[in-house]
Design a protein around this ligand. Structure first.
Ligand code: AP5
Length: 208
């Protein structure tokens, strides 16, 4: 059974790789960022709370996201494994996760800071969930559903700077946390999407 967490800076390619991993290994893809954004879109109480943090590039409080993930992992589709994207993001979240799930692989997508800024600046989203980069997709419309693409609110330059600062301070220490547990696998995220995925598949196929 695979219990995977994806680590990496904002824009490193976690969401991109998560879709490929979930498809190949039939795992539920659980993105705390996507869950929070869909709550914002629906105007729920959680969404209103999350918006104030996300818009400033800060982390939503640990107890809020831990409760979301605990509930989600209790669903039947997680019985045979899970893929977490964007969680945990603090040592406190990782410690809580250890109480209700077993992490078998913490995959860290390593990308230079200058490259993540470029990737975020060029990212365009579709309301259907697809994500593109302007360097490989020049059309302003989604290939899958035809809707107009948009830029995420928290992808503005000043918010990105804060997100990167928060990552360095609060999330990067998780690399050591999972290394100490013997489940850390670093992959070179500076390669193409397919090449990054090939490295991840090698890790996942080689270790159960
Ligand atoms: P979240 O949605 O998790 O955002 P993030 O971690 O900042 O990551 P991103 O979604 O920006 O990037 P990604 O690594 O998925 O990259 P992507 O694949 O899109 O969180 C947003 C906010 O929610 C947080 O700031 C926080 O406020 C809150 N939050 C979420 N989880 C939380 C938690 N656990 N605790 C507290 N708060 C939480 O790729 C980026 C771009 O690069 C795309 O355009 C893509 O096409 C392109 N790309 C991808 N791979 C490659 C490649 N190999 N080569 C070239 N281009 C590539």
């Amino acid at each position: 059974m695979k219990g995977i967490v994806l680590l990496g800076a904002p824009g490193a390619g976690k969401g991109t790789q998560a879709k490929l991993i979930a498809g190949r290994y039939s795992l539920p893809h659980i993105s705390t960022g996507d869950i929070l954004r869909s709550n914002i879109k629906e105007g729920t109480q959680l969404g209103r709370l999350a918006k104030s943090y996300i818009d400033e590039g800060r982390l939503v409080p640990d107890e809020v996201v831990v409760a979301i993930v605990r509930d989600r992992l209790a669903k039947p589709d997680c019985e045979n494994g899970f893929l977490l994207d964007g969680f945990p993001r603090t040592t406190a979240q990782a410690e809580e996760l250890d109480k209700f799930a077993r992490v078998t692989h913490a995959v860290d997508i390593e990308v230079d800071p200058a490259e993540v800024v470029k990737r975020i600046a060029g990212r365009r989203m579709c309301r259907c969930g697809e994500s593109y980069h302007i360097s490989s997709h020049s059309s302003p419309y989604c290939d899958k559903c035809g809707a107009e693409l948009y830029q995420r609110d928290d992808d503005k330059e000043e918010t990105v700077a804060k997100r990167l600062e928060v990552y360095a301070e609060q999330t990067a220490p998780l690399i050591g946390y999972y290394r100490d547990k013997g489940v850390l696998f670093g992959v070179n995220g500076m390669k193409s999407v397919d090449e990054v995925f090939a490295q991840i598949a090698e890790v996942l196929d080689g270790n159960d």
